[in-house]
Design a protein around this ligand. Structure first.
Ligand code: KG4
Ligand code: ZN
Length: 360
């Protein structure tokens, strides 16, 4: 039996969770999943403010961990290891999480496993859907936009990333310039449902290109230009701008993922294959539907973890720690937080990685 406490503080969610499984081939149990979302703390600024986030983590983390332990009904003597997000992310928040985890491990003499936040997202479908390696992952959140080949535990290849804004960031910035509330994704999706997706012919950045990367800043600029020309905007204008923006996004994603499927088939041949979509933007129904259709025509099975395990949470960190612990990892009490930490060390950094990237 292995029981792991996970801690996540890399962005604007303060989260702790306890995950357990009886044996490596047994299904895992989520004993608790506690998340305090700081959305309200940042809403007035239209995005995450690093100093406010760090302060909120300091103030809230102890209580969140205590709640996760209480809900799980476990004492620290039943915990085998603590897993903490050590990067990538906002450094202030990471420091709070890592120092808290270190303190617990020192006091309780437990192994400390530093987890890459992206690995947490990447391994989640193995917990929720019992998925076997290898599979493709499309990670689309406020900080990341990546296509990853998840080949084995610790073996990830980044096939594509954004060269400027993350996709969630593009949704948030589009919402902001149209006067819609933060976070922008749900607001843009709501407006898009009422609008005409064909009214504006927005660019499909990178569509048709060989490399699997993404770019969203040109699309955002196109929306701004159109909105400025039309101002003052009517409700119909806003809905049409959102619908046209969202269609440009889904088209671009379908193009990039279609290419990734071809690469995957070239490497692994025909047979069962899977695409996992994760990150906050995966909540978008239009994106899910489009990816579902694309998977159906390419013989891929689409896996989308439930929304609460798809956006930032500590279950995914505990789970990644549990997989690593079972694989023999003994941990490192001196693990240090790092704001940049590519999951695929061979993938070169492309300039500007969203709000957790160069611009941060
Ligand atoms: O993974 P996540 O919860 O956290 C961070 O990245 O920190 O992702 C949040 C992002 C935000 O940019 C938000 O606008 C976007 O996911 N998002 C959406 C939707 N729901 C959340 N984007 C598009 N459509 C949605 N329905
Ligand atoms: Zn995330």
């Amino acid at each position: 039996m292995t029981t792991v406490l996970g801690i996540e503080t890399s962005c604007d969610e303060t989260a702790a969770a306890v995950v357990r499984r009886a044996a490596p081939d047994a299904p895992a149990e989520i004993l608790s999943n506690t998340v305090y979302s700081q959305i309200a703390d940042h809403a007035a600024y239209g995005g995450v403010v690093p100093e406010i986030a760090a302060r909120a983590h300091v103030e809230g983390l102890d209580a969140i961990i205590a709640r996760a332990m209480a809900e799980a009904g476990t004492g620290f003597d039943e915990i085998d290891a603590v897993a903490v997000t050590a990067g990538p992310g906002l450094i202030g928040g990471l420091m709070v999480g890592v120092m808290t985890a270190r303190a617990i491990c020192s006091a309780r003499n437990l192994p400390l496993i530093g987890i890459n936040h992206l690995e947490g997202h990447a391994l989640t479908p193995r917990l929720t859907d019992d998925l076997d390696f290898p599979y493709l992952l499309l990670l689309v959140s406020g900080g990341h936009t990546q296509i990853l080949l998840v080949n084995a535990l610790g073996d990830y290849r980044r096939w594509g990333t954004t060269i400027d804004d993350a996709l969630g960031e593009a949704f948030d910035k589009t919402a902001k310039l149209l006067g819609l509330p933060y976070p922008g994704g749900p607001a843009v999706e709501r407006e898009a449902a009422k609008g005409d997706p064909k009214r504006f012919a927005f660019p499909r950045p990178m569509k048709g290109e060989e490399r699997l990367d993404f770019s969203f800043s040109g699309l955002k600029t196109a929306v701004r230009r159109e909105a400025t020309a039309l101002a003052p905007l009517t409700e119909t204008d806003i809905a049409d701008l959102c619908a046209s923006f969202q269609t440009a996004v889904t088209d671009t994603l379908a193009d990039r993922i279609g290419r990734a499927f071809a690469l995957y088939r070239a490497e692994f041949g025909d047979g069962p294959a899977a695409l996992v979509v994760a990150g906050g933007v995966a909540a978008n129904a239009a994106i899910r539907t489009r990816l579902g259709d694309l998977c159906a025509t390419n013989d891929f099975k689409l896996h989308a973890p439930p929304l609460n395990l798809c956006s930032d949470n500590a279950v995914m960190i505990a789970w990644a720690g549990l997989e690593r612990f079972e694989a023999g990892e003994t941990g490192n009490r001196d693990v240090a937080p790092r704001s940049r930490w590519p999951l695929d060390p061979s993938a070169e950094a492309l300039i500007g990685g969203g709000r957790r990237g160069a611009k941060a």
